[in-house]
Design a protein around this ligand. Structure first.
Ligand SMILES: NC(=O)c1ccc[n+]([C@@H]2O[C@H](COP(=O)([O-])OP(=O)(O)OC[C@H]3O[C@@H](n4cnc5c(N)ncnc54)[C@H](OP(=O)(O)O)[C@@H]3O)[C@@H](O)[C@H]2O)c1
Length: 329
């Protein structure tokens, strides 16, 4: 009999998630039925979307939502061999039973030398978000100036590197000097620590006095208030996230954006990565190729131990991670 451990959300988060909002539960899994497989999570992902989506789709007591790379440890389904690795979307749990629906194998060309955890990061959902969000919504051209915030994170670090591949000048912001150093190492032209600059407006002007053609938005709030007026005419803004606002019970009222959009003739579009579900693999394959060619570098912030999953999630939301935040069971 296999005992599965899962993290549940005891009560809805008020402000930033706290350790006491989570509870570890254990459950004995039943024997497999014909057609079923038993999987063991190897790497689990902690992502910003879990904070807003907990409110939208979870009720108190539910197992936390999320995805993992899992290994098949028992199979009564001839299509799924023991030892195979799959990306599942089965929540914060160590073991689970599946009929195979909704499980995605790692790309067949995945080399043994590459960590499988990248299927949750640079070659997974965050990478694909960066790929399609940047290329299809910002539509960057050679010579464009691209701005991305939360730039040292899972999505932002890939956005900046793809923009460099496309021949753009890239400006990034992040919340520590070590992260700024990292951004320089992976090829950002300009980077600044938004927590220590005396003025966001001045930092943005200094990084690109001529303004910005593209803005990949991960943060929202005050950062956007400073960035929008610095867009060039006909600039394109991809709204990927608004992490500075996820903990707000009441959305803050800021400067109203319509006059800026109007007089600069900007295009601003929100998106969810699920929009590109039908060509998800196309994005993954390109990202894998770039990683193997050394054109896209990756960094992972690995928290060891399933018992530390809430701490890894809370830490990611408060900026502890450079690159993708991963839990290794
Ligand atoms: N639209 C989609 O389909 C989609 C898909 C994936 C992700 N996203 C969004 O993309 C964004 C980045 O996600 P990710 O997975 O790459 O996470 P991440 O950047 O790896 O990690 C989150 C980072 O957010 C930054 N942060 C936290 N609070 C902040 C604040 N108040 N102001 C500014 N920065 C703050 C922290 O970095 P600092 O040290 O820089 O503060 C932290 O490391 C999030 O907004 C997420 O919701 C959207």
């Amino acid at each position: 009999m296999v005992v599965s451990k899962s993290w549940t959300m005891v009560k809805h988060f008020a402000g930033a998630p706290k350790p006491e909002d989570f509870k570890l539960i254990e459950k004995e899994l039943p024997p497999l039925q014909e057609g079923e497989i038993l999987l063991e999570s190897v790497f689990l992902s902690v992502d910003p979307y879990m904070r807003p989506y907990s409110r939208r789709i979870m009720k108190e007591g539910d197992v936390m939502i999320g995805s993992q790379v899992a290994r098949i440890i028992e199979s009564k389904n001839s299509a799924f061999a023991v030892g195979g690795y799959y990306v599942g979307n089965c929540g914060w749990t160590t073991h689970f039973i599946s009929n195979g629906k909704g499980l995605h194998p790692l790309l067949s060309e995945w080399p043994g030398s590459l960590p499988r955890s990248l299927a949750l990061g640079t070659v997974g959902m965050p990478g694909v978000t960066a790929y399609f969000g940047l290329l299809e919504i910002c539509n960057p051209k050679e010579g464009d100036v691209v701005l991305v915030n939360s730039a040292a994170g899972a999505v932002g670090s890939v956005v900046g590197q793809i923009a460099k591949i496309k021949g753009c000048k890239v400006v990034g912001s992040a919340g520590s000097d070590d992260k700024i150093q990292y951004l320089k190492e992976i090829g950002f032209d300009e980077a600044f620590n938004y927590k220590t600059v005396s003025s966001l407006e001045e930092a943005l002007k200094k990084a690109s006095p001529e303004g910005y053609d593209c803005y990949f938005e991960n943060v929202g709030g005050k950062f956007a208030d400073a960035a929008l007026p610095q867009m060039k005419d006909f600039g394109r803004i991809a709204v990927c996230g608004a992490i500075s606002m996820y903990n707000d019970a009441v959305p803050p009222s800021g400067p109203y954006i319509q006059p800026t959009l109007l007089f600069k003739q900007l295009r601003m579009e929100g998106f969810l990565v699920t929009r590109w579900s039908d060509k998800y693999q196309e994005g993954q394959k390109q990202l894998l190729k770039w990683v193997l060619e050394g054109k896209v570098k990756y960094h992972e912030h690995i928290t060891k131990g399933f018992e530390n999953m809430p701490a890894g999630f809370i830490g990611m939301l408060s900026g502890e991670n450079t690159g993708k935040a991963i839990i290794q069971v």
